[in-house]
Design a protein around this ligand. Structure first.
Ligand code: C2E
Ligand code: CA
Ligand code: CA
Length: 687
């Protein structure tokens, strides 16, 4: 078994073994043919051997028989019995008509032999054992019969000779086969296996995340330039080239703000984290500076987006000019920028902030218009105001609001009393904690359609919260639910709702995808608990999917990997949500247990919309054998483009907004209108 697994790993060995086996079979066939003729030869030889013995002793034996000379007869018999293979010799003399006298007889035991020899002897040599010759003398020119001589040969004698020949034939042909095998192995090794092995080693050494930095193309040996191997290597090289291109495209796309070219939110947040880690090691301070343009909205509204965009680019360049090489700047979105800088003391920060404010005070000349703008700046400092990126960014944001509210200062350092304002959120949190108890959460579904046929394929579960008579969108409360830990309870509620709905839909094969937060995934028993819920409701795991954003995954890759693997082993579908907005790494796409990519709406209908990016993502997903879903399809042009690009599923306001589950069922005829309506009223009554 071990040997087989070793052999099955080498084309060269496998080939050589195959060829050797063929050579052996052919060799055996040829040997069989040779053996047949050897058998004929040996029979003839055995026959002749007896006759020769008889011929040689004939005249002596005749004289003995004529003279009735026992001594002479004994002498002759003794000579013959010594010969190889002879087991008995007899000489008779004719006395009168029909009377014979035995002059001499000797025998010796048959040579010892094994079963095979016995069998061959019985089958092929038994008929040759006995040979008899008349003895005569010439008297007056006439032949007178005087007796008989009989020689018996052991059949085993012929069989032994014959088998010896067979063995030598077999040995020679096996040696031939073996030698042919060795030669072929060496040739195949040199021509095929070695180049393939070199290429495989090269490919296995490639780091899929850093292809740009390595020399990756596979060298094509001269001998193979135009054969199948050359073709294979050539195609592989082309594929690798394409991979590098799309990787580079993806990387800039995922980490850069397309308008200003500055790092986007994900990347700048990462810079904050690394800067903090370095500062901690060097016992330094770090300032996180939140910059927000004043009245930018009115520039956009009165002068148009084009001017607004140009202003943002100019502002970005101006800000970039004010910071040092070791500082980083990024665009968080809209008119918000973030600067991260290691500092010795707060005075360093104030110097830079003043410089920024002065620079912003000059009007920007855009398309012949002098635009005046100003910025409000909030600052939080590590380690006093917080020790992680999230907290520092939130607090800098809070300080910025304070600066904006107070017309006299353009900038503010964070102070603890600002934190108190945040406590207003505590009230909201209590209300959210009660939301589940009071049945205030609503289970909405948004339909997903097959790209090719536009048939209903499934749905995404999206939460709504009925709070003080208003419907609150998840963007407003999921964050709070996550930071407070309430998401566990809320997430469980969503999954139970999804299971109950799937149970009602039995026979319709419409799936439901549920969004999962990092906090839920961090729970070791997450996958197991879900499976228990699903089993309790008796629904098929194949119809329940989970959507996880890239940033959620990245928070604890090992943990995510474990939980996702477990979920997938149970048979649930895993989808990467908001794909393209996080810090994409190709290697995690190939390694994580996922089924589907959901392209973020910003690429489908948002600011970063681009047909090339969409088709690149779709092609890449194809190559990784992942399904692609586009969310946020808002116009017919977008739908057509995505369909043409081969997107597997589409979702968006154009095709269907999120709606209460009863409405969904009626609209798609899943549960008859009546049942669905009565169910709806039942649900209301329970509330
Ligand atoms: P998401 O997972 O990216 O969900 C898609 C969001 O895009 C939904 O917003 C949906 O209403 C919206 N959308 C769908 N089609 C279009 C379109 O054509 N145009 C535009 N502009 N938007 C469209 P929604 O319902 O406000 O949910 C926001 C986010 O809240 C979700 O983003 C998801 O991350 C989170 N969320 C919602 N429900 C849950 C939940 O049960 N658990 C967790 N953990 N998160 C949830
Ligand atoms: Ca989602
Ligand atoms: Ca999404």
């Amino acid at each position: 078994m071990k040997a087989f697994s070793y052999i099955s790993k080498s084309i060269g060995l496998m080939q050589a073994l195959l060829l050797m086996s063929c050579a052996i079979v052919i060799g055996l066939a040829l040997s069989a043919w040779e053996t047949r003729s050897a058998l004929g030869d040996q029979r003839e030889y055995t026959f002749e051997h007896v006759n020769q013995l008889l011929d040689l002793s004939l005249s002596g034996a005749s004289s003995a028989a004529w003279a009735l000379d026992d001594d002479l007869a004994n002498e002759i018999v003794a000579g013959v019995i010594k010969q190889e293979g002879v087991v008995a010799v007899e000489i008779y003399a004719d006395l009168r008509v029909d009377t014979k006298r035995l002059l001499s007889r000797q025998e010796k035991p048959s040579p010892s032999s094994d079963e095979l020899t016995d069998w061959v002897a019985r089958k092929y040599f038994a008929d040759l054992t006995h040979s008899q010759r008349d003895l005569y003398v010439i008297q007056q020119g006439k032949q007178v019969d005087v007796g008989d001589m009989v020689v018996q040969i052991a059949p085993v004698y012929g069989a032994q000779k014959f088998l010896a020949i067979v063995y030598s034939i077999l040995t020679v042909s096996l040696m031939e086969a073996f030698l042919i095998g060795i030669v072929l192995l060496l040739v195949a090794q040199w021509l095929v296996t070695a180049p393939i092995r070199r290429a495989a080693a090269k490919i296995s050494r490639l780091n899929p995340d850093a292809l740009e930095d390595t020399e990756f193309s596979i060298e094509i040996p001269g001998l193979h330039k135009s054969d199948e191997l050359g073709l294979l290597f050539n195609h592989t090289n082309q594929l690798l080239d394409r991979l590098v291109e799309s990787q580079t495209a993806l990387r800039t796309l995922a980490t850069r703000d397309p308008l200003t070219g500055l790092p986007n939110r994900a990347l700048i947040k990462e810079s904050v984290t690394t800067t903090l880690a370095n500062a901690q090691r060097n016992e330094q301070q770090v300032a996180v500076i939140f910059i927000d343009l004043d009245r930018f909205k009115s520039v956009n509204d009165t002068l148009g987006h084009e001017i607004g965009d140009k202003l943002l680019i100019r502002v970005a360049n101006t800000l970039l000019a004010q910071i040092r090489e070791q500082d980083s700047i990024g665009r968080l979105g809209g008119d918000e920028f973030l600067v991260v800088m290691p500092v010795h003391n707060v005075n360093d920060v104030v110097v830079v902030v003043r410089r920024i404010i002065d620079a912003m005070a000059h009007p920007f000349e855009i398309d012949g218009i002098d635009l005046r703008t100003s910025a409000s700046i909030g600052i939080a400092v590590f380690p006093d105001d917080g020790t992680d990126a999230d907290v520092l960014m939130r607090r800098a944001d809070l300080a910025m609001y304070k600066a904006k509210a107070d017309a006299t200062t353009r900038w503010q350092l964070f102070s603890q009393d600002m934190g108190q304002a945040v406590d207003a959120g505590v009230l909201f949190e209590t209300a959210l904690a009660n939301a589940v108890l009071r049945n205030e959460l609503e289970f909405y579904l948004q339909p997903k359609f097959e790209g090719s046929s536009m048939k209903l394929a499934g749905s995404e579960a999206l939460l709504r919260w009925q709070y003080e008579g208003r419907s609150v969108a998840p963007d407003k409360f999921i964050g709070l639910a996550e930071s407070s830990g309430l998401i566990r309870e809320i997430g469980d509620w969503v999954i139970v709702e999804a299971c109950q709905t799937l149970k009602r839909w039995q026979g319709h094969e419409i799936s439901i995808s549920v969004n999962v937060s990092a906090r839920q995934l961090a729970d070791d028993g997450f996958a197991r608990r879900i499976m228990q819920t699903v089993q309790r409701h008796g629904v098929s795991p194949a119809l329940l999917g989970f959507e996880i954003t890239e940033s959620t995954l990245m928070q604890d890759l090992d943990q995510s990997f474990e939980q996702l693997t477990a979920l997938r082993d149970y048979g649930f579908r895993i989808s990467i949500d908001d794909f393209g907005t996080g810090y994409s790494s190709l290697s995690y796409l190939t390694r994580l247990p996922i089924d589907e990519l959901k392209i973020d709406r910003s690429f489908v209908s948002g600011a970063q919309h681009s047909a090339i990016v969409l088709s690149t993502i779709i092609a890449m997903a194809r190559a990784l054998q992942l399904e692609v879903v586009a969310e946020g399809v808002e116009t017919e042009t977008q739908r057509d483009q995505l369909q043409a690009a081969g997107c597997d599923q589409l979702q968006g306001f154009l095709l269907g907004k999120p709606m209460p589950v009863t409405e969904f069922e009626t609209r798609f005829g899943i549960v008859e209108a009546e049942t669905s309506a009565s169910l709806g009223s039942k649900i209301k009554r329970i509330k």
